[in-house]
Structure formats: C-alpha cells, structure tokens
Design a protein around this ligand. Structure first.
Ligand SMILES: Cc1cc2nc3c(=O)[nH]c(=O)nc-3n(C[C@H](O)[C@H](O)[C@H](O)COP(=O)(O)OP(=O)(O)OC[C@H]3O[C@@H](n4cnc5c(N)ncnc54)[C@H](O)[C@@H]3O)c2cc1C
Length: 490
C-alpha cells in the first residue's frame, strides 16, 4: 500500500484522507490541534458550546454527494434543519427583513420592496441555477493544471452564460435598483472575500445556493459535520494523529520521502498539504522547492480576517434569530476598509449567530449562545484595546438595532481575531477564509494544487482551487485525492 501523509484535519484534509483511504492508500493525517475541523473547530466553556468558525451550512447537495461517495448519507452522521427565515437583515433600528425559505414568499417580498422585482428575481435565479449546475457539478472539479481543461465544447457553449468576465456589481444592477435588494443579493458574495465590483457575475450561483437550496443547520452545531467527516475517514481506514505538527520534509531525488513532525517521522509516497498553502511552501519547504516567491504572496488579495466574540448570555433574547446581519448604512466604506485601504473599520456591519435559538444543546437552559463577527482586513495590528473597543461598539449596535439589552447579562466572553488565526493556523496575514475569489484569482489563476518541482506534493484547501468556504474545501480535497488515484492507475 502506498503511504499518504495529509497535513491538517480541516474539511479539505478530512475529505482527501477519506477518499484516499477508500481507494486503498495507507493514510495518516497529522493535525497540530487536539481535534479535527481546523477553522471549523469547537470549544465549550461554562455550559456553552461554540462553533469557532463556519455557521452557514449552504450547498447541502455538495455534502450529500460527498457522503454518497462512501455509500452513506448525511443523515447517517447528523440531522439537518432548514432554517426559516433563512436569516434576518437589519438596515437600521427596527428596520428589518426576514428572508423566507419559501421561494414564492421571497418573490412576494421582493415585489413589496420594488414592484415588478419578483419576476426579475425569478429570471435572475434561473440564470444562477444554470451557473450552479455547470459550475458546482462540473467546472469546480477541474484540477486547473492547464487551461486546456476548459477546451470542451459543452463548457465553451455555456461560457457566455456563465458571466465569468462581467462584474457581479454591474450584473445585479441590470435587474434591481432598490438598495435593500442590492444589499440582500450582494451579501452572499462577501463570503468569497472581495467586493461586488471585483467578483465575477459567475458567483450569482451563491444566490441560488442561498435562496433556492436554503440555509440549513446541523443539529448540535457545525462541528457535528466535522465529526461525521472524521468518522467516515476512520471507517475507511485513515489514522489521525492529533497535537502533532509537521515541521519539515526529507527528500531524495526531488521527491519527498518522509515527513518530520514534532513527535517523530513518517515515510511518505505522497504528501497532501491541507494546512495553509503559504505556510507549507514558505515556512516548511526550502526555497528550491517552492512554486512562488514571497512577492507573489504579497501581491495576492487575501480574504478578510474576522474579529469574533463568543458570548454566553444569562437569559433568552426575545426577537433574536438564528442568523442576523446588521448592515451599516455606509456599508461601502466598511468594504473599502477591508479590501481597498486595509484598516480597522470606523462603523462596521456586524453579523450575529445565535444557535441556541434553534438548538437547546449549545447553551444551558434559559441562556443564549451568541457569536458576533465583524469582517476586518487581514494583516491589521490586532491589540486587546482594539478588541475591547469593537466589543463595546458591537454590543451597543446590537442593543440599539434589535431593541434588546444584554450587556449586563454576559457570563462568558472570549474574543478571537487576526493574531489568533496567525498563531493557530499559521494563516498568512491572519486571514480567516484564505484567498479571495477575485477575477484574477479564479480557477487557473489560483495558487496551483501541484508542486511543480516535487511530483509527490499536492496542496489542497481554501488557498488553492476552488476557493474559500466549507463546500469548496470539501471539493478541493476530492480533487487532490482524484489526482493521486489517477496517477497511481496510470
Ligand atoms: C470565522 C469563520 C467563519 C466562516 N464561516 C463560514 C460559513 O459560515 N460557511 C462556510 O461554508 N465557510 C465558512 N468559513 C470558511 C471555512 O470554514 C473554511 O473555508 C474551511 O473550513 C477551510 O478548510 P481547510 O481545510 O482549507 O483549512 P483549515 O480548516 O484551516 O484546516 C487546516 C488545518 O491544518 C492544520 N495545520 C496547519 N499547520 C499545520 C502543521 N504544520 N502541521 C499539522 N497541522 C497543521 C490546522 O490546525 C488546521 O486544522 C468560515 C471561516 C472562518 C474562519
């Protein structure tokens, strides 16, 4: 059996490990933390259990298709609940919109804000469905070794309808004019790490994911999904080594022959690096084996980092929903301070996740589990004073906007930001979601999955193809595994 070492047990590492183990490889996963999940880890304190990163379970079909590869279903590992409303958006105190899960109710909502826009939304979502179908079921699985992969008649025929060159910003303005509708439609692409101007209109497929496929919640929290992924990998025979960090490789004839960790050494026929690409290639590989120079990395557009507060609240919060977005009127300025002129934002928008609204297991009885996230630029000077400033700001903003009070009821508080991402994940510039999906960083223009000098080293995860987010990380792991399986067959 050929030996594969997977570095990191985030979603990309878990998915690649399970598939390679299923294909008959001997797979060892080395993970620096005490558990799987990476950015999707969890922690518990004072009776509260917090998912540390992802909170939106989108694109349920990607998870379902993944488990089908092993003859399993998501329901073998966790129970999904469709949220309705999917989420709530506040545009100011008391000025809110609940996004209904039902499609007709959504068209009616659009009509009530901008007459005639319900029908336009229908057309917009039909175009998005086409992009989703081609993009997520076909294009996204390309290894992007060469541009020739796209020289396929079916793909070329659909190229114009995929809107790869058009910007998302101008595209949605052909359908809608009301600022609230534009904000609703632009919100999902924030996940991709760039402004609407810099994001291809291809990504309206995210709106299809949001509005048609829906927002789901795995009972028990997102970590239940991580547990499911680890369980499948173990059932296939993969072995996990926690609290162990990969430090360097050994080489013979321009191939990696062993992986040296903080605890020992593993022979390797293949290595799949699912830890942050920049860290592996700039800190673990010697210069002669790197794909890119530091200047390349410095010129990349990273996705934002995040300033996060995990709070335990000593009472129930009436009027709180599972997912709430509080958009500041000057949203463009916040976006500019993330992407264009990186700095701490003056008046940021705030996102809240309150899982205990849906799930009694994430907080003690009668209490609330509240996760607050402010997207911020990567690479900022992250101090305790700044975190306290934004904590006061966020609590005040939430209290005013939702007309609730909880400042004096906070019985647990932890914060997390740039310097924690850098320390825990060796994240370049403390990024949270990897590399932004800008036009110039899509598909073949992303950091390559293949090390060009070491044929048995591949990269997977949110800094390579297809991009940031849990579903793309799962797909990234699948592509990497496929490449090794194909190579061994040839
Ligand atoms: C705050 C936040 C909110 C998010 N929200 C959402 C959301 O709602 N929905 C969504 O779909 N996506 C969301 N995402 C994005 C999503 O979580 C990530 O894109 C995805 O989990 C990344 O998976 P990965 O495998 O690429 O990387 P990671 O999860 O970072 O995994 C890499 C692993 O490598 C390990 N590692 C690093 N260096 C070493 C080493 N030298 N030796 C051994 N191990 C090492 C790390 O400990 C880590 O476990 C969010 C991310 C964050 C941070």
């Amino acid at each position: 059996m050929k030996k594969v070492i997977v570095i990191g047990a985030g979603f990309s590492g878990l998915s690649t490990a399970a598939l390679l183990a299923k294909a008959g490889f001997e797979v060892d996963v080395i993970e620096k933390h005490e558990m799987s999940g990476g950015r999707a880890r969890k922690f518990s304190d004072k009776g509260f259990t917090f998912d540390m990163g992802p909170s939106w379970y989108w694109m349920p079909d990607v998870f379902e298709r993944y488990f089908e590869l092993f003859g399993k279903k998501t329901s073998d590992y966790y129970k999904l609940i469709r949220l309705d409303p999917s989420y709530t958006i506040y545009f100011g105190p008391g000025d809110k919109i609940d996004l209904p899960a039902n499609t007709q109710a959504l068209y009616n909502l659009f009509d009530s804000i901008e007459p005639g826009s319900g029908n336009k939304l229908k057309v917009f979502l039909e175009e998005a469905a086409f992009k989703y179908e081609i993009g997520i079921k076909n294009l996204v699985f390309k290894p992007n070794k060469s541009a020739f992969e796209y020289l396929d008649l079916k793909i070329m025929r659909s190229a114009l309808k995929m809107h790869v060159i058009k910007s998302f910003h101008s595209y949605i303005r052909k359908f809608f004019t009301h600022p609230k509708l534009l904000r609703i439609l632009e919100f999902p692409i924030l996940f991709l790490g760039a402004t609407a101007e810099k994001t291809p209109a291809l990504y309206s497929l995210m709106n299809y994911g949001d509005m048609i496929l829906g927002t789901w919640y795995p009972e028990g929290g997102m970590f239940k999904v991580v547990e499911g992924f680890q369980k499948v990998a173990e059932e296939m025979g993969a072995r996990f080594h926690f609290n162990e960090e990969v430090k360097k490789f050994e080489y013979t004839n321009n191939k990696i022959t062993a992986v040296v960790t903080s605890k020992g050494s593993y022979e390797a026929d293949y290595v799949i690096a699912s830890a942050d690409y920049h860290h592996v290639e700039q800190k673990i590989l010697p210069e002669q084996y790197r794909n890119y120079k530091p200047a390349y990395w410095d010129s990349r557009t990273m996705s934002p980092s995040s300033l996060i507060y995990y709070l335990g609240i000593d009472k129930k919060l009436d009027g709180m929903q599972h997912h709430t977005l509080i958009f500041n009127k000057d949203f463009e300025k916040h976006a500019q301070q993330i992407y264009e002129t990186p700095q701490w934002p003056e008046n940021p928008s705030v996102y809240l996740s309150c899982t205990s609204q849906t799930d009694a297991t994430t907080a003690p009885k009668g209490k609330e589990n509240l996760f607050i996230l402010i997207p911020v630029a990567p690479g900022l000077n992250d101090t305790d004073e700044i975190r306290e400033h934004y904590f006061d700001f966020s609590v005040q903003r939430i209290e005013e906007t939702l007309n609730i009070s909880f400042k004096d009821d906070i019985i647990f508080k932890r914060n997390y930001s740039n310097r924690d991402f850098a320390k825990d994940y060796y994240a370049f510039k403390g990024n949270a979601y990897g590399l932004a999906n800008t036009l110039m960083q899509t598909a073949i223009l992303k950091p390559s999955m293949f090390n060009k000098k070491l044929p048995n080293l591949l990269y997977t995860g949110q800094l390579t193809i297809p991009g940031p987010g849990v579903p793309p990380a799962i797909i990234s792991g699948q592509i990497a595994a496929d490449q090794i399986i194909k190579k061994e067959k040839n």
